[in-house]
Write a protein that binds this ligand. Structure first.
Ligand code: SAH
Length: 214
């Protein structure tokens, strides 16, 4: 079925953007990208009327697309500029990757579920968003593509995988939700190969960052 994006959807996105601004999201790169990307394309059509509410929705394999606020908050913490080489762990629906792409980044993303990887690939290419997608284990990062200016983890991790810190460029930023039950949004800024500045933000709830493929 052909997906439609018209003035009604744009209107819903404008409301979503107002809501994000009222919650202190200010980065124009992030707000503009979220205004442009049709979030409802990344959800089942049965969720259309809810696509722009601040909610997470099932995308298959027991996984969810992140809340718009979470996408905006993580994206803002990344302090993104067009041209940044960015690695996302947990492609899921592909929506967060689409936002990174719209900002003008060179985007790489890894997903452990083959079905989600394939669906995201179809969705992103139907919009002509050229994102490099990989099916594999995000704990390992992408050693053949290093270094990355930015890395974003979109699943809740109980610890920071060493490969991800190693694969950041100097001055690079990693954003990762850390914890077991709930997840503290955590930022690591790479000062040198052995020195990281760590900053902690609020609690969020994510689906788990899983080590082994099931
Ligand atoms: N960024 C996604 C959010 C998806 S939820 C979006 O915009 O829709 C988190 C995703 O991380 C899920 O799709 C899950 O399958 C994936 N994931 C969990 N553990 C992983 C791992 N070890 N490697 C790669 N992906 C993983």
């Amino acid at each position: 079925m052909k997906k439609i994006d018209d003035f009604r959807h744009k209107g819903m996105r404008l409301k979503m953007i107002e809501n994000l601004k009222s919650r202190d999201i200010t980065d124009p790169n992030v707000l503009n990208a979220m205004l442009e990307v049709p979030r409802h394309f990344f959800l089942d059509s049965s969720f259309l009327q809810f696509a722009y509410e601040d909610n997470a929705f099932p995308i298959g394999n027991n996984q969810t697309i992140s809340h718009p606020y979470t996408v905006a908050f993580q994206s803002e913490l990344l302090d993104l500029k067009p041209g940044h080489k960015v690695l996302e762990i947990g492609t899921g629906s592909g929506y967060q990757a689409a936002i990174l792409f719209k900002i003008g980044c060179n985007v790489y993303s890894i997903e452990r579920f083959k079905g989600l990887y394939q669906k995201a690939k179809r969705q992103l290419s139907s919009l002509y968003y050229s994102v490099k997608l990989f099916h594999g284990d995000g704990y390992l990062g992408l050693p053949n593509e290093v270094p990355f200016d930015r890395i974003i983890v979109t699943a809740g991790a109980s610890y920071v995988p060493k490969p991800l810190l190693n694969q950041l460029s100097i001055g690079g930023i990693l954003v990762i939700p850390l914890g077991d039950e709930s997840h503290i949004m955590t930022v690591y800024i790479k000062k040198s190969n052995s020195d990281f500045k760590k900053i902690e933000y609020n609690d969020f709830k994510f689906v788990p960052f899983l080590r082994d493929k099931s």
